[in-house]
Design a protein around this ligand. Structure first.
Ligand code: HEM
Length: 458
């Protein structure tokens, strides 16, 4: 990999804005006056990046969302940016623009040593003991939620799974007995998530961002009121785990840290799980042979079908995991990942000055035909141990990698397997033969029409 660091470390908070002139040597263009390529990216992010890559190469310059970026495409670029051995890239300064008004001080908004301390403190909530107890809640919540889903008529899958994921977060993240404030908590949270990906980035009256900022005020107040009680009472949910989490010296996290981490965790989990489970079910509906294979896999495990999914059997759901991965390859829930260079560097012969906004692109990498032949075809066998063996480690990056690799990765696989276990033993899912849902792939993939499926009880 051709990387050279040129400068010494700079103070990340004082980085100058890098002008288009300073990046004139990087191939690319400025797009339309004022808006740059914002609308082309919103309309068709995959088509746009593929077109630019063909025209300018895998390191190129774009202007969108009020800033100039250098797109770094492909597995080597992913490795450079995500592993970041030389501490060249700030996650906080990449994501801050999107997240800091409603999710300030979330884990992705810390860098380097400070980030390591926070990540270590939060990791306690993802150890095997707490994970087992989240699975108990997921099993109960999914079994109960699926009972309400209608069969033998067309049904919009996306809003239903979004609601179910939110209900599941309420129990496994916040605890089962939330009481009368449950609905307000959920609504505030939905407003915050919508605000984090809103196109208008000022909290003007009537905007999503304004509703998100209000939602945050409610959530901050709610969490603050709960912390002392959770510390006394115990509880196995994620919030109670964080209330008892400690720094390396054994002292407890502050209320502000708990509130910020907690809201960020809920955000990081919610739309990503909703999106990935929607793509997963769509692919199973469009590929009935895989639906059959997964059902056979589940039946072949010898777990009584009336039972919840046991924690100690998760690793045996191998084909289910492959099928879920292939759905995320085609529609990665985080299609692009932003960073900001905090030191000068050279990549593939291009000088990238400190302060440059860069973006890597899982959506592009996951469709590179030299890595994934017939990239549009759904084929979970790409993830068999044999097929995966010689593939670049950063060719498949739905969860990122390196220091900021998704902290909830095991939670996500666990929820996907638990969902598949309950869903497939209850339902056969189909779509109309000529139906091709129109996916809006950015900022998080979702079917524009909600995904029309039909469920038949099995
Ligand atoms: C299919 C579901 C999910 C996907 C595809 C996903 C994807 C990602 C990606 C790509 C990143 C890294 C972003 C970067 O490097 O800038 C990330 C970070 C993170 N994710 Fe997930 N995520 C998922 C589910 C979850 C869940 C369920 C949780 C929590 C329970 C979670 C918590 C986090 C946290 C805390 C981070 C920040 C990690 C850090 O900065 O150290 N995610 N996720």
């Amino acid at each position: 990999m051709s990387v050279q660091t040129l400068g010494s470390e700079v103070n990340a908070t004082r980085l100058a804005r890098v002008s288009s002139d300073a990046l004139a040597h990087v191939p690319g263009d400025d797009g339309w006056p004022i808006v740059g390529d914002t609308f082309s990216i919103l309309a068709d992010p995959k088509g746009f990046v593929e077109k630019q890559a063909k025209r300018y190469g895998r390191v190129h310059r774009i202007r969108a969302f009020g800033a100039t970026y250098v797109a770094l495409l492909g597995p080597e670029a992913n490795e450079l940016v995500l592993l970041d051995h030389e501490k060249l890239f700030s996650s906080a300064l990449g994501w801050g623009f999107v997240l800091d008004q409603v999710f300030p001080r979330g884990l992705m908004l810390f860098d380097f040593d400070e980030h390591r301390l926070h990540r270590r403190a939060l990791s306690v909530a993802f150890k095997s003991g707490p994970m087992q107890s989240y699975l108990t809640q997921l099993n109960a919540g999914i079994a109960n939620g699926l009972k309400q889903w209608p069969s033998d008529r067309e049904f919009k899958f996306y809003p239903a799974i979004k609601q179910l994921t939110l209900d599941l977060a309420a129990t496994s993240f916040l605890g089962a007995e939330l009481g009368p404030e449950l609905e307000a908590v959920k609504q505030s949270f939905v407003a915050m998530v919508a605000a984090s990906i809103a196109v208008i980035r000022k909290p003007l009256p009537g905007t999503q961002l304004r509703r998100g900022v209000r939602g945050r005020a409610f959530i901050v107040d709610y969490f603050n009121r709960q912390i002392a009680r959770r510390r006394e009472r115990g509880g196995e949910d994620l919030f109670s785990q964080l209330c008892r989490a400690t720094w390396d010296d054994g002292s407890l996290l502050s209320n502000a840290d708990i509130v910020d981490h907690m809201s960020f965790l809920m955000m990081a989990a919610h739309d990503t799980l909703t999106s990935s489970l929607t793509s997963f079910v769509y692919r199973l509906a469009a590929n009935p042979e895989w639906q059959r294979k997964l059902r056979d896999e589940h039946r072949g495990l010898g777990i009584p079908l009336v039972d919840p999914l046991p924690f100690n059997r998760l690793d045996e759901f191998e084909q289910t995991e492959m099928a879920f991965k292939e759905a995320m390859r085609l529609a990665p829930p985080v299609p692009s990942i932003p960073r900001r260079a905090v030191r000068d560097l050279v990549f593939k012969g291009f000088r990238i000055p400190a302060g440059t906004r860069v973006s890597i692109n899982p959506l592009f990498t996951h469709h590179m035909a030299n890595i994934w032949p017939e990239p549009e075809r759904y084929d979970p066998m790409r993830f068999s141990p044999d097929a995966s063996r010689d593939r670049h480690k950063f060719a498949f990056v739905p969860f990122g990698g390196g220091a900021h690799m998704c902290l909830g990765l095991n939670f996500a696989y666990m929820q996907a397997k638990c969902f598949a276990w309950h869903f497939l033993k209850n339902f056969q899912v189909t779509i109309a033969p000529d139906y091709r849902p129109d996916w809006r792939m950015w900022p998080i993939p979702r079917p524009r029409d909600g995904l029309a499926v039909t469920l038949a009880r099995v």
